[in-house]
Design a protein around this ligand. Sequence first.
Ligand code: UT7
Length: 323
Amino acid sequence: MTTRAVIRGVGHYLPQRVVENDEFTATLDTSDEWIRSRSGIERRHFAAEDETTSDLAAHAARAALSDAGLTPDDIDAVIVATSTADLTFPSAATMVQAQLGMTRGFAFDMQAVCAGFVFALANANGLILSGQADRILVIGAETFSRIMDWTDRGTCVLFGDGAGAIVLERGEGGGTTADRGILSSDLNSDGRFRDILYVDGGVSTQTTGHLRMQGKEVFRHAVEKLAETAHRSLDKAGLTPDDVTWVVPHQANLRIIKATAQKMDVDMDHVVVTVQDHGNTSAASIPLALSVASARGQIKSGDLVVVEAIGGGLAWGSVVFRR
Ligand code: UT7
């Protein structure tokens, strides 16, 4: 028998306030037409003033627990992938742990920007395979609205807030690609590209800072690196694009999603798209899309899924699992 980390439940949470593209035209030289055609985004959610990343994460966690039919007492660890934690410390994950009423286990944050959930999922898999935890809440949660420069039309129309969560659980399989659970992963980063996507502030500079992006450069890297990492993960598992039921890509830009699918040799009928409704929610985008796709009845038990993401660092990667 082979130990496998299997997804037992999924859930998500979106803040109540929905901001349509047209709202930006009051303060910026932009248009619904430009935002839609260049990014595929139609609307996004913004957190309320008193709503923090850990609040969003805790809502998503409760939804995932409910979907799994579990309680917080069943959970051994909480990992929150985020670049927008409530405070410098403690971690958003320990805040979620407290909000859920957990009195045992361990919790920590994972920071790989938009690739954060993919990094968290690969690491949670490692914790389960090495016997350190049997059930882990893996959450992606962000309030990117707090780091937008509202005068920069090239970035502020692209991002949104939200959270998605999964419950990952120890299971067993026969050691083949027919097993449910995580089958392979591929993680990468290259710090030489820090200047094309970053926040110009932080603890050491005593500021919060704003997101800065050279969109065209990031776009170029994204298409090339996402297709590469997806192929590498499939190769590692001994699978091909023909085996893929669903690709769940990081939801940054519909043009990137389409170009990557084409490079991967996967038809768009097999790609989950939510960017039109959420914008780019960074580390939350993949678990949000996984949860929405499950609710839509797209992803079903037994489906072979590839998740892939890229973000600041640059950091990028992918995970292949059978639902
Ligand atoms: O999650 C992390 C990863 N992030 C991404 O994957 C984002 C990657 N990049 C992108 O998604 C795209 O590059 C953008 C959507 C950011 C931009 O699309 P683009 O086709 O690369 O446009 P561009 O940056 O080359 O800008 C084209 C024009 C420029 O005007 P000029 O110089 O041609 O006169 C921009 O100033 O569009 C202008 N522009 C806008 N116009 C109206 C930029 N932002 C806007 C805007 N409204 N909001």
